[in-house]
Write a protein that binds this ligand. Structure first.
Ligand code: SP5
Ligand code: ZN
Length: 334
């Protein structure tokens, strides 16, 4: 399988994140892609598709914020990485935001997605890897893998969150539509609900978003991913949420997967895009499902059995010692 990765995706390395009241080492660190690279064999550098495909999803003011935030933070004399501490929860309106703290709140949804030196460059090349995997599939490959890092599915059109800055999945889906694909299905099997992807395609009838994830009653991102979220307007019924309890093993995950795949078949898409997170693994340090390494091959086989052209985009997965094996197992199923 063709795999896409750019070494500039190692640059982003925030020191710490806020977790349960303490600062702890940042879970989404460069050791993750190193583990995957050691396990999957040769990769190709992505083609540079420029900013136009990013701008189909994200407004220019958000991209400008991401590019400038760390320099603005340093210019304000701040130590460490840039992170917000106040958020506009009600009556958001356009304001000229003078302070970096105000912009950080305006363009983020949590306090655990810091912006460091190199964050923009890393996110940019993660998106280019996604676009290159998509391009390979549009050009006739049956499947392709993008080692996206940072991940993307928590980022909305104009906010970062959950270790995500650019929504790589939405960027790929919009590129597919711009290239003439009429119906695109997204299957998100990261442990966490892909709230950003859902938000971006909430009212779209041409993009199906189906997600299997930990119940937001107990897990991040808490506010989205509940079963009754189904989309609106043209998108009513094209958002499908299948939350599962902590402790879910392959038997229960497999049932939800079959239900998800049934919804995808019913949508009759031209193309499948998969947000793959290995944080459903039994040994994941921040998650609570019980999927084993060998199970990922079975999950991959069942997805591949749909027979759809499929681009796979990496999302989460934090058990670094097992991460490469888990990704390789999943890809082997295709
Ligand atoms: C893409 C993805 O998997 N994002 C996950 C975001 C979850 N962030 C909040 C969970 C807080 C866990 N912090 C644990 C840090 C351990 N070093
Ligand atoms: Zn996750």
């Amino acid at each position: 399988m063709r795999c896409f990765w750019d070494k500039r995706q190692l640059l982003h390395a925030p020191a710490q994140e806020l977790h349960n009241g303490s600062f702890v080492p940042y879970a989404e660190h460069p050791g993750r892609p190193r583990s995957i690279l050691a396990a999957i064999g040769p990769t190709e550098a992505p083609r540079d598709h420029g900013e136009a495909p990013l701008l189909r999803v994200h407004p220019a003011d958000y991209l400008d914020f991401l590019k400038r935030a760390f320099a603005d933070w340093q210019a304000a004399g701040r130590p460490g990485d840039a992170a917000g501490y106040v958020w506009p929860v009600v009556r958001r309106r356009p304001l000229r935001l003078e302070r970096i703290d105000a912009r950080l709140g305006r363009y983020s949804m949590d306090a655990s997605t810091p912006i460091a030196e190199g964050t923009w460059e890393t996110a940019y090349w993660s998106a280019q890897s996604a676009l290159s995997a998509l391009e390979a599939v549009l050009d006739g490959e049956r499947t392709a893998f993008a080692l996206c890092r940072p991940p993307g599915h928590h980022a909305g059109a104009d906010y970062a969150g959950g270790y995500c800055y650019l929504n790589t999945m939405a960027i790929a889906a919009e590129a597919a539509i711009a290239a003439g694909r009429r119906r695109v299905a997204i299957l998100d099997i990261d442990y966490h609900h892909g709230n950003g992807t859902q938000d971006i395609f909430w009212d779209r009838g041409d993009v199906l978003f189906v997600s299997i994830h930990a119940d937001p009653a107990t897990d991040y991102p808490f506010f989205w991913g509940h079963e009754d979220e189904r989309g609106e307007g043209d998108g009513e019924g094209t958002t499908v949420n299948l939350p599962l309890p902590r402790g879910t093993d392959m038997a229960a995950f497999g049932k939800a997967l079959d239900a998800a795949l049934g919804r995808i078949v019913g949508f009759a898409p031209d193309l499948l895009l998969c947000s793959y997170g290995a944080d459903t693994f039994a040994g994941d340090p921040i998650s609570f499902f019980r999927i084993e390494t060998a199970d990922y091959a079975e999950i991959g086989r069942r997805i591949a059995a749909l027979g759809l052209p499929t681009a796979i985009l990496m999302e989460g997965g934090y058990a670094v010692d097992a991460l490469g094996a888990n990704v390789a197992s999943f890809l082997s199923g295709f």
